[in-house]
Design a protein around this ligand. Structure first.
Ligand SMILES: [Zn+2]
Length: 380
């Protein structure tokens, strides 16, 4: 009986994978192929594969402006995610503004229109369930397209010192923002620089039950990275193992700060082996149908006041040298741009919400008068 069941199971498994196996020899380079897709697929939404090896079907575009967010680096076209991620960002931005006084989120990369590996920037972000959020608060005014390309996120680390927080840039605001992100049940991990994790471990006095979700990782000193769980019931989405219980403030974190043994110098004569180029066939077979699918409807600009890049020059005025120039007063107030947003609740779930009226909003945000603009864009 047991044997029969196994044979039947094997036969059923073979029947499901056999048609896909024939497609597995798709030798197109995965990065270039997915990078060339400009619109999402007209399929049912679904994350496919693993965060660092997969793609996404039926992705949704995050509008580039919302009441409490602005998307940066629009030219990259990486504001596509699964509906769960898009609504998470909307909810998170609203909660952070209303409950923590954070004026708004500057959103970095989510995923490409059909997910997949990227030509530059990330190992993960492939299935529409990862998003990067800047640690710099959103300016009150709407940024032009050019500013969204050129402004850089401000690092929370001291320049030239090993994993040390720069208290001129770090404030309780960033701490609240990260811990707020970790508090949502659909969030599995929040990646931050080890120095930031250490700071939170040492200073956070609120609810610590979500501290374990905040994971130390290299980089991530000017933005943090939110990863959602695979949505329940999506068999194609490969879950990441649960994190260990505990706050993660112990020895794993300490390892980042331990003196490292000197590395043996590698021989300059021996170049490292060239990594094999990942092909579409290396990804889950369903990603080939994602690539083959017809495109979704075009951009959802929704008439928002976004200055196109071509005309950005004339509208910029004084060149931007510091993010701080935009801070003025950080008390969240509806800008003219926000007020002019369409009140179509289906288009932007949060558009009709009243502006947050938190009296304590501006009291804790301590930004320096001058924030230097780093030359390097935030790596990831
Ligand atoms: Zn990221």
């Amino acid at each position: 009986m047991k044997l029969f069941r196994s044979v039947a199971l094997l036969a059923a498994t073979l029947a499901t994978i056999a048609p896909d196996a024939a497609l597995a020899s798709d030798n197109r380079p995965a990065k270039a192929t997915f990078g060339a897709m400009t619109l999402g697929s007209s399929q049912e939404s679904q994350p496919i594969g693993f965060y660092a090896k997969g793609c996404q079907a039926g992705a949704v575009q995050l509008p580039y402006d919302g009441p409490n967010w602005q998307v940066m680096r629009l030219e990259r076209n990486r504001r596509w995610g699964q509906p769960q991620m898009i609504s998470f960002i909307q909810q998170f931005s609203r909660d952070a503004a209303a409950r923590d006084g954070w004026p708004g989120l500057l959103i970095g990369d989510i995923s490409q229109p059909r997910g997949g590996p990227m030509v530059n920037g990330h190992a993960s972000h492939q299935i529409g369930l990862d998003a990067d959020i800047w640690l710099s608060p959103m300016p009150r005014q709407r940024l032009t397209g050019q500013q969204r390309e050129q402004l850089s996120a401000v690092s929370m680390l001291k320049k030239g010192e090993y994993l040390t927080i720069d208290n001129r840039n770090w404030s309780e605001g960033q701490a609240r923002l990260i811990m707020r992100a970790a508090s949502y049940p659909q969030v599995q991990r929040v990646f931050v620089n080890p120095a930031i994790k250490k700071k939170l471990c040492e200073t956070w006095t609120g609810d610590r039950s979500f501290m374990g979700k905040v994971r130390p990782i290299g980089g991530h000193d000017s933005h943090f990275h939110v990863r959602l769980y695979c949505p329940p019931g999506v068999a194609n989405c490969k879950a990441q193992p649960e994190i260990q219980p505990g706050d993660g403030c112990g020895k794993d974190l300490a390892a980042w700060f331990a003196p490292r043994p000197a590395r043996k110098p590698t021989s300059p004569m021996k170049p490292p082996p060239k990594p094999r180029v990942m092909t579409v066939g290396d990804l889950p077979p369903a990603c080939q149908s994602v690539l083959a699918s017809s495109s979704k409807r075009g951009d959802d600009n929704m008439g928002l006041p976004y200055a196109p890049l071509a005309s950005a020059d004339s509208s910029v005025g004084t060149p931007i040298t510091t993010l701080a120039a935009y801070q003025e007063k950080l008390t969240p107030q509806p800008s003219a741009a926000t007020a002019a947003m369409p009140a179509d609740p289906a288009a932007v779930a949060t558009a009709a919400d009243p502006a947050p009226q938190s009296p304590a909003a501006a009291t804790w945000v301590s930004l320096p008068d001058k924030v230097p603009l780093p030359r390097q864009r935030p790596g990831h």
